[in-house]
Design a protein. Sequence first.
Length: 338
Amino acid sequence: MSSIELEGVAKSWGDAAALHDVSLRIEPGSFCVLLGPSGCGKSTTLRIIAGLEVASAGRLRIDGRDVTALAPAQRGVAMVFQNYALFPHLSVADNITFGLAVRRVPAAERDARLREAASLLGLEPLLQRKPSQLSGGQQQRVALGRALVARAKVCLMDEPLSNLDAQLRQEMRRELRELQRKLALTVVYVTHDQAEAMSMADQVVLLSQGRVEQNGAPRELYARPQTTFAARFIGTPPMNLIALDAGRIAGSTIDTGLREAATIGIRPEAIALEGDAGAEVRSVEYLGADLVLECAIGSQTMLVRTDGRHRARAGERVGLRWASHDVHAFDAAGRRTP
């Protein structure tokens, strides 16, 4: 197991800056997810850890060793790419052991590592097949196998499940997490999918425009978002962000008592369809177990997630209620207030 530390890491190409002063620590044996929208800097951060990009500023340490200036092969990391990068003319076995062969690892040791990885990943019956004869999930396992036989302490994954269908992605999330725990790997995983981050991670690093918006456990990001960006990005449906005017919900007479806040946030699941806050249903989305209502209060709209057995229709009036402890307050700059 190895820790990873980034200290003031920045990356720019001329006048275009991809990362701004990123500092974070990833604990040994943890599953860390770099999360954020396209262009936020998560893949650039991963490539700097791998050594595929050189940081413009800052230091990088792996297991306490400064690797900022080291080549990728000297960092003790393995990487799984989005497109798997398999050689179409090689068998599964040869794809998995290709890196070992290049490094002239003895044949007996290559075979032993291959058998171990194939057993872990359920690839034994497929070792003589070519990549074109495999399903997407099987190809993904082969790419993982290639990383495992390297016996690196750190495994870097760049959106490895994005090419799979929804059901297979869900299955592979569980398998990846179990494998990481079994092998005690330090994993850094890039995704734009918050469901992957929340279900797999010990640590989520949420990035926006090259900066760390929030860094912590999934429950922490969900329960106490530090910015309006984090509040909206984490959660399905996203948190309601409601503008205030002198403590009142904009366009209404409903007083929140929060004179210092510019915006409040309330999770859709924290709102009950009862109470004195009168609202008009604008639209209804039926999701089976859940029903999501878009409701208007004053000039603001709010999503309400309730039991799917509830019946509602657009145009009707409903009462809404929420507890004070479910209200998140943010200032005019979008930062959480105490």
